[in-house]
Design a protein around this ligand. Structure first.
Ligand code: SF4
Length: 65
């Protein structure tokens, strides 16, 4: 299984553009239930704003657009 947001998560676009490696996908998005620990996932569940350049660990990478 993968995270319920897998298909529409902005991280997919960043991966396709080669701006981030697939390590986040492996560690969170498609890792057994670990998406529950993803800050993006948690914010999404709470309806809390989070920018597209926020990574699963909560870090905001200003270099990413
Ligand atoms: S970054 Fe987080 S919210 Fe997005 S697909 Fe991966 S686990 Fe889900």
């Amino acid at each position: 299984m993968v995270c319920r947001w897998f298909g529409i998560c902005p991280l997919r676009r960043l991966e396709e553009k080669g701006k981030i490696s697939d390590k986040w996908k492996k560690e969170y998005c498609s890792s057994e239930n670990n998406w529950l620990n993803c800050k993006r996932y948690q914010f999404e569940e709470k309806g809390k704003y989070h920018p597209d350049n926020m990574l699963p660990n909560g870090e905001i990478d200003e270099k990413l657009e």
